[in-house]
Design a protein around this ligand. Structure first.
Ligand code: ADE
Length: 227
């Protein structure tokens, strides 16, 4: 998979992709992540990418031309399955959306700033708008990092124990069961006996039950969605 990110702050974005699983996914060739500085596509000598809003609205708006030039240049090189704009107005990012995006070959993510982008880009160029939650960030870079982190880890082969990604919270609209490691007792706090029993059929049953109970207690809305 190839991900092209268009941003005015490429440096801000590099660190989240330079560590751990996401770094290894790139080294192993599962994903390529490319950064494009929007200012490189600005047309005036000040390299400006924003301008005043028509109609007297407060705040600056990201201009149409640099964004169109950046996206056109990328589209001349390859076809894209989605051109995503990170925005609080978008569909709420969740595990199902991450699963869907993880199957795609090429995507562009445009990170918004200021008051937003000229509406004509949304009307004519963007194919999907994604929000990471009902709050407003100063820019779309952190949202892009969250979206990419969520989808890269489920690309087949990225996590060596593939079942590990499949048993994540949310994969079946249930939260994951609790997990424990050694020591089996600490300050008198014990690991549930069943996990030490070696009876894997019963352990699986226990995990399912715990998933359900946890979801019912912490996120009952997920169970409502299933009904
Ligand atoms: N840009 C600003 N806030 C955002 C949010 N909540 N999700 C995605 N992009 C954003």
């Amino acid at each position: 998979m190839r991900i092209d990110i268009i941003t005015i702050f490429p440096e801000l974005l590099k660190s989240p992709f330079g560590h751990s699983i996401i770094k290894r996914a790139q080294e192993k060739g599962h994903v390529e992540i490319h950064f494009h500085n929007l200012r490189d596509y600005a047309t005036n000598k000040h390299k400006s990418v924003d301008d005043y809003a028509f109609g007297g609205e407060a705040g600056m708006v990201m201009m149409i031309e640099p964004i169109d030039r950046a996206i056109t240049a990328l589209k001349e090189e390859r076809n894209y399955d989605e051109i995503i704009y990170t925005s609080p107005d978008g569909i709420k990012y969740n595990q199902k959306e991450a699963n869907k995006l993880a199957t795609l070959k090429n995507i562009i993510i445009l990170c918004g700033h200021y008051k937003g982008i000229d509406q004509r880009i949304r009307d004519h160029i963007i194919t999907k708008e994604i929000s990471i939650g009902d709050y407003v960030l100063t820019g779309g870079e952190l949202a892009a990092a969250v979206i990419i982190n969520g989808l890269v880890r489920i690309i087949p082969g990225v996590i060596s124990d593939e079942t590990s990604a499949l048993t994540d919270s949310f994969q079946d609209d249930l939260l994951a069961p609790p997990v424990y490691t050694r020591p089996s007792e600490y300050k008198g706090w014990k690991v549930p006996d069943i996990l030490l029993s070696g009876n894997f059929k019963e352990i699986d049953k226990w995990k399912e039950d715990q998933s359900y109970k946890r979801t019912k207690c912490l996120r009952p809305d997920l169970l409502d969605e299933q009904e």
